[in-house]
Design a protein around this ligand. Structure first.
Ligand code: FAD
Ligand code: DHB
Length: 389
């Protein structure tokens, strides 16, 4: 068969791109390795920049996000038992939205099904062919049969472990990576959030984050050792450790309950360049990873989708390839800024095994400067709510 764009990966990047293309009459097929339920079972990001909210509106899938998402005008930062507030709305005029990636993905799958757009689940051995020619095609196996789709373009939206990035020859590809000597242990619980804003905490026992999904669903994270396994942490041990890392009056209010999900994510910074090879374009986690501190992963995937969608639209509307030719350059300029912010914010809040007393003093001075200096708060807020695109 033939389509205009083959999208590899049915995560948020692939689904959002597919929906935006559909709205302007460009046909795309999404190929997803897992089942829909498996994709929807992954608990990941929770904070959406306004840019992503606008893209969801443009894709016609923002009704539930507006009805059930929560607008947050600021965030709290806790250091040694004291908290200070950063007021995004006052500093930048822009809030963020709290709405789970699971819900967003759900909405996109529903919208795709409603318009009859084609999604193939449980595909295997997805292989990209002739991406450096003007006749690319993709082959895959599904339920024991081999399939081929000819297309104009391929969008590699298949996450960090996908095949798309690997299809770019090593002679062309340059990768930049930093790993961090700790992970995040995350717990989801059916309990009311401990505070009406997120709390990012630096404590001498390590980082903690109090986040949420809705009035009765909370998401908490603590920095943990890379060698830890979720099953090593009983619910009681998790709650006890979280309480020790957040201000005492917050810990006193914390409502605990059984963990309905518990997982550990390693922290990594990673960028591959370029994000385009011939007619193959990388989008989202397929091209870059940030440590989760600051919630930039999903939001950076969204800015890639924006640039690629507009590039493809320009090409199909007028034959002008300027947007797709400059896709990699435009996307990467913003990606590196999100990498910088996530790296910096991670450094501000975590305990590192090799941190010297001097390093700790620098971290404290950096935090005090953020607490006391409006220009620094504004720079922080601009990055957190999302740089323009
Ligand atoms: P993905 O969500 O990874 O989607 C890629 C899709 O491609 C998947 O559905 C996968 O099954 C599919 N796929 C992979 N290989 C193939 C193949 N060969 N063929 C077909 N399909 C394939 N960000 C935050 O902002 N805050 C967080 O708290 C946070 N927590 C995270 C926790 C974890 C464990 C991980 C891995 C990421 C987390 N992120 C977080 C990052 C955020 O979730 C990602 O940036 C976001 O999911 C990127 O979307 P994506 O569509 O580009 O990639
Ligand atoms: C969440 C995750 C983050 O990495 C973050 O910075 C804020 C919120 C979350 O999962 O709710």
């Amino acid at each position: 068969m033939r389509t205009q764009v083959v999208i590899i990966g049915g995560g948020p990047s692939g689904l959002l791109l597919g929906q935006l293309l559909h709205r302007c009459g460009i046909e795309a097929v999404v190929l997803e390795r897992k089942t829909r339920d498996y994709v929807l079972g992954r608990i990941r990001a929770g904070v959406l920049e306004t840019g992503l909210v606008r893209l969801m509106e443009e894709a016609g899938v923002a009704d539930r996000l507006h009805a059930e998402g929560h607008v947050h005008d600021g965030t709290q930062i806790a250091v040694d038992g004291e908290m200070f507030h950063i007021d995004f709305k006052a500093l930048t005029g822009t809030p963020v939205a709290v709405y789970g990636q699971t819900e967003l993905t759900h909405d996109l799958y529903d919208a795709r099904a409603a318009v009859g757009a084609r999604t193939e689940f449980e595909v295997d051995h997805v292989t990209i062919h002739d991406a450096d020619t003007d006749k690319p095609y993709v082959t895959y196996d599904q339920h024991g049969e081999n399939h081929r789709i000819d297309c104009d373009f391929i969008a590699g939206c298949d996450g960090f472990h996908g095949v798309s990035r690997q299809a770019i020859p090593l002679s062309v590809r340059r990768e930049y990576e930093k790993t961090y000597p700790f992970g995040w242990l995350g717990v989801l619980s059916r309990t009311p959030p401990v505070h009406d804003e997120l709390i990012y905490a630096n404590s001498d026992r390590g980082f903690a984050l109090c986040s949420m999904r809705n009035e009765n669903l909370s998401r908490y994270y603590i920095q943990c050792a890379l060698s830890d396994h979720p099953q090593d942490w009983t619910d009681a041990a998790f709650w006890q450790e979280l309480k020790r890392r957040i201000p005492p009056e917050v810990a006193d209010r914390l409502v605990t309950g059984p963990a309905i999900e518990k997982s550990i994510a390693p922290l990594r910074s990673f960028v591959t360049e370029p994000m385009r090879w011939g007619r193959l374009f990388l989008c989202g986690d397929a091209a870059h990873i940030v440590p989760p501190t600051g919630a930039k992963g999903l939001n950076t995937a969204a800015s890639d989708v924006h640039y690629l969608y507009h590039g493809l639209r320009q090409f199909y509307d007028s034959g002008d390839s300027e947007g797709i030719d400059r896709y990699s350059e435009r996307a990467l300029l913003r990606v590196w800024k999100a990498e910088r912010f996530s790296w910096w914010f991670s450094g501000l809040l975590h305990r590192y095994p090799d941190q010297s007393p001097f390093d700790l003093k620098m971290q404290r001075a950096d935090l005090a400067f953020l607490r006391d200096n409006e220009a620094q708060q504004k720079a922080f807020a601009e990055n957190y709510v999302g740089l323009p695109y």
